[in-house]
Design a binder for this molecule. Structure first.
Ligand code: ADP
Length: 708
């Protein structure tokens, strides 16, 4: 049988055809899937391509931004550069392509200390040698992670060469300006110092001329000469002081000084000016203030003189009050006046140099505008401050606060017990009565103030029983005398008249005028307490120490050597000494002075009671003379002998000069122009009977030296 014609064959063909159909169908399906996937892949590739473009674009964008900024960027793995931008490559003079993978480093010229920032970054400036010269780069250095936990060190730097050069220029310009300023101050100091010498001569000669029996017209001219000279000297002194403070040359002394004495000196010096203007000058130390402080007495006096001088200069009516107290551990100085006051908008400026409250050409008062600048600088130098405010009732109130320590063993003056003592104070002065009230209250007493005789009478009749009355002669001489009669009649124990030193001379006898005594203005607390405290027996009126010179009249003729190279100064000193009944001997330089002293010591020439030594002299200066004299004394004279009093005289008593004079063996250092009072004090000291002749030593002379 034909196999193909069997039924089995037909079935097989059908099955085969079926399989073939299925296979074809499957293939068709797979082709469709592949076509679909191919289309999807093509889409993905498209997207990736777009992203790649975007990334490349973005990278280009940032790269151009970085390059445009000009910052230097470098990344190093160890010392090897793994990335550097064009700016960094240019810094090294390399191309971008050659720098990556290299160990290239710029040469370090200088660097500044690094600063660590939060987050571990460091900031530092380096000066690097580059092909274009030295450049300063300010770096920020950070550690940045890269792949697989690895890190590289990245530095981003900015060229700050121009800034550094600017800073350097500023430093140099500042140094130049400071140098010029110092030179200016040195120049001013030198010039004003040179001005002083001839000026002292003019003033001294005017003084001497004034004592030669001139007619009234001539005396007026001499007074004018003296006043103008003094004004000029004041200006020169201001400039000199200012220059010294400016040049930082001012050394502050740190010595124990008597506060009361200081205020008295200032009042005494300034009182004539106040009197000449017919205004009050009152001074007051707050009760409980220690007697002695530690600081620079001379500079403090200068502060006071400037403030008080200004106050008197600008006040035409009323007066000036100086009050010293303590406030929060500081010494509080107040100088108040009843003058025109200072406009609020000028109260800061006037402490600047060359500034005046009224800068207009029409201003009435002379001055350099340096006084307050000096005051402020001195106060600041002492660790304190100064300011001005309007005084209640009109005028100005200058306040200075200084941290001056209380001296060891300083006493607080004892107060009398004036419990229930009632004192009537008759005065119309603006400051004195208030100060007296404070002084009286501190002792426990009560002060009642009356501005004139009428008011005083009303008070006396008012039923209060007073123990004492203080009457200011400023209410009028006749009114004061008439009032004294009423006060006596009212049965008061004490009735004192208050007089200024000038009035004291003119007033006549206070007792004859009906008073029990007098007080000199500005009234010191001590004098008041002494005068009004119960005394065992009636005492003579208090005579202020400054108005008496016990040794002057009876002094023996002292022999004084004046060593001075300037002829005019020498003439001045010798004439002044002659006035004081001394026998002066002039030596033109240090060598001549030493020879004269040596002759005196050897008995080959006159011996001297006192030697005034100019510090600056040709041949041998004053210090060298003093040292030689002290050596001579040690070698030739026994240990019991008391040294010859040697007093330095200097045109410019800076603290350094004084210290050098004392170190050279001198006993004191006086300023030129020779202050008559200071000279007189020395003469009084050496004139103590039989005490100071070198060849006739005595215990007195020893004690005198001990107190120097
Ligand atoms: P000078 O007095 O030489 O002008 P100062 O520095 O001492 O310079 O004072 C500066 C200015 O401050 C003065 O010119 C004046 O205008 C003002 N002044 C100072 N003290 C007083 C005062 N007590 N009353 C009014 N004005 C004053």
């Amino acid at each position: 049988m034909d196999p193909l014609s069997s039924p089995w064959a037909a079935v097989s063909v059908v099955v085969l055809a079926l399989f073939a159909g299925i296979a074809a169908l499957t293939l068709l399906r797979q082709r469709d899937r592949i076509v679909r996937q191919a289309a999807e892949l093509a889409g993905d590739v498209e997207t990736l391509n777009d992203r790649l473009w975007a990334l490349a674009d973005s990278e280009e964008h940032y790269r151009s931004l970085i390059e445009a900024q000009g910052d230097l960027i470098v990344r190093r793995d160890g010392a090897r550069i793994v990335y550097a931008n064009g700016a960094y490559a240019a810094l090294l003079g390399l191309g971008e392509a050659e720098i990556v993978g290299s160990l290239a480093q710029p040469r370090l010229v200088a660097c500044r200390p690094a600063l660590a920032l939060d987050g571990g970054a460091r900031v530092f400036d380096e000066c690097l040698a580059t092909p274009e010269g030295e450049r300063w780069i300010s770096w920020v250095e950070t550690v940045v992670p890269v792949t697989l936990g690895r890190t590289v060190l990245q530095r981003v730097g900015r060229d700050i060469t121009a800034r550094i050069a600017g800073e350097q220029e500023l430093v140099e310009a500042r140094a130049r300006a400071e140098g010029a300023n110092e030179a200016k101050s040195r120049f001013l100091a030198t010039v004003s110092h040179e001005f002083r010498t001839p000026l002292n001569g003019i003033l001294g000669m005017a003084d001497l001329l004034g004592d030669t029996g001139l007619d009234p017209e001539q005396a007026t001219y001499v007074r004018a000469l003296r006043t103008s000279g003094e004004a000029l000297l004041g200006l020169v002194d201001d400039i000199l002081d200012f220059a010294k403070v400016e040049a930082g040359k001012l050394e502050l002394a740190n010595e124990r000084f008597d506060l009361g004495l200081l205020v008295e000196t200032v009042s005494e010096l300034m009182a004539p000016r106040a009197q000449a203007k017919g205004i009050e000058l009152a001074a007051h130390l707050a009760p409980g203030l220690p007697t002695h402080l530690v600081g620079d007495r001379d500079r403090l006096r200068q502060i006071l003189l400037n403030l008080v001088g200004n106050a008197i200069k600008f006040t035409d009516d009323g007066g000036v009050g100086i009050r010293i107290g303590r406030d929060a551990g500081l010494i509080a100085i107040e100088v108040a006046d009843t003058g025109p006051g200072i406009p609020e908008d000028r109260r800061q400026a006037i402490f600047e140099e060359f500034e005046q409250a009224d800068n207009s050409a029409a201003r009435r008062h002379e001055g350099t505008g340096l006084g307050l600048a000096i005051v402020r600088r001195l106060a600041v130098l002492m660790g304190g401050s100064v300011g001005v405010e309007a005084r209640q009732g009109g005028g100005s109130l200058f306040r200075v606060s200084l941290p001056l320590p209380v001296a060891v063993e300083a006493a607080v003056p004892a107060l009398p017990d004036w419990c229930s003592k009632h004192v009537l104070v008759v005065s119309d002065a603006p400051f004195g009565p208030g100060f007296l009230r404070e002084t009286i209250a501190a002792a426990g007493g009560i002060a009642t103030l009356a501005a004139d005789a009428e008011e005083a009478m009303a008070r006396l009749r008012g039923g209060v029983s007073y123990d004492a009355a203080l009457v200011d002669q400023a209410i009028g001489r006749d009114a004061a005398i008439a009032l004294a009669g009423e006060i006596r009649a009212a049965g008061l124990v004490d009735c004192l008249i208050m007089l200024s030193p000038l009035e004291r001379r003119q007033f006549g006898s206070p007792r004859e005028a009906g008073f029990t005594g007098f007080l000199v203005k500005p009234v010191r607390a001590r004098s008041l307490y002494e005068r009004l405290s119960p005394r065992p027996a009636p005492v003579a009126p208090v005579v202020e120490a400054s108005s008496v010179h016990p040794q002057r009249a009876s002094r023996q003729r002292l022999s004084v050597l004046v060593a001075e190279d300037n002829e005019i100064n020498a003439l001045l000193a010798t004439r002044t000494l002659e006035r004081f009944n001394c026998a002066p001997v002039w030596a033109r330089d240090g060598r001549e002075a030493l020879a004269a002293i040596e002759a005196g010591l050897n008995g080959a020439g006159p011996s001297f009671d006192l030697v005034l030594l100019d510090i600056r002299m040709p041949e041998l200066d004053g210090l060298a003379v003093a040292r030689a004299v002290r050596t001579m004394e040690r070698d030739r004279v026994g240990p019991d002998q008391v040294p010859l009093p040697l007093v330095a005289v200097s045109a410019n008593v800076a603290e350094g000069d004084r210290a050098a004079a004392l170190a050279a063996g001198m006993n004191d250092c006086l300023a030129k122009p020779l202050d008559r009072a200071a000279l007189q004090r020395w003469l009084d000291r050496v004139a103590l009977p039989g005490a100071f002749r070198l060849n006739a030593p005595s215990p007195l002379r020893r004690s005198f030296v001990a107190i120097l």
